[in-house]
Design a protein around this ligand. Structure first.
Ligand SMILES: CC(C)(COP(=O)(O)OP(=O)(O)OC[C@H]1O[C@@H](n2cnc3c(N)ncnc32)[C@H](O)[C@@H]1OP(=O)(O)O)[C@@H](O)C(=O)NCCC(=O)NCCS
Length: 181
């Protein structure tokens, strides 16, 4: 499924994708594939519009809540979402990527906090997790800057392109969600 509503903090906006976004998103992924790889292993060399459609239709993970990340100029600059829902235990994973030319402006951190709130308030989760390879320092920095808390590092938790990576886990619990001003 796609995200159910548009989320914004006035700087970054997360909007549910439509099929009309497929070509644009495929173009961004193709252009910045070297930046995404190896952390986003779906970003294959032949990534095309059909792959973006597959993502938009939620066919890769029917439980996922997917959003396009849009900057202040209304340009799509990446995507973010919740996936791997474990309904019984009321938790899910939060993921993000931002095109390189839009990095360094805090957009990923803002998107992460919007999704942490969405996961708890809209999706009704008790716990939202952020996992990253211990080799992915930019992603760890996003989690550190966000409202999530570092919980620990699991051995060989992620397999990326056939290689097992140790992974850091960050999380936010429902009871820790900051109050809105
Ligand atoms: C991980 C990724 C999203 C991080 O992007 P990013 O732009 O570095 O992260 P942020 O949007 O939080 O921006 C942080 C930078 O903006 C700066 N910044 C400016 N204003 C900011 C603000 N209001 N809030 C936070 N940071 C701000 C920070 O100082 C930081 O700069 P620095 O890197 O020079 O220290 C990006 O590298 C990426 O897409 N990587 C490939 C995909 C990937 O690894 N995804 C995660 C898989 S687990």
């Amino acid at each position: 499924m796609t995200g159910l509503r548009t989320l914004t903090d006035g700087v970054v906006t997360l909007r549910p994708p439509t099929e009309a976004d497929a070509e644009t998103m495929a173009g961004i992924v193709s252009r910045c594939r070297d930046h995404l790889w190896p952390w986003m292993v779906w970003a294959t060399p032949d990534y095309a519009t059909e792959d973006a459609l597959f993502w938009i239709r939620g066919e890769a993970d029917p439980t996922a809540h997917n959003f396009i990340v849009v900057d202040e100029t209304n340009a799509p600059v990446g995507s973010a979402g919740l996936n791997r829902f474990v309904t019984q235990d009321s938790h899910a994973d939060l993921g993000y990527w931002i095109a390189p030319e839009a990095c360094g402006r805090g957009l990923a951190t803002r998107a992460t906090n919007l999704l942490l709130r969405y996961g708890i308030e809209d999706a009704g989760l008790n716990r939202v997790e952020i996992w990253m390879s211990t080799q992915n320092e930019p992603s760890r920095a996003v989690a550190e800057r966000s409202w999530a808390t570092y919980e620990g590092t699991l051995r060989q938790y992620l397999v990326l392109d056939g290689e097992a990576h140790d992974a850091h886990c960050y999380s936010l619990l429902a009871e820790e969600l900051p109050q809105l001003d």
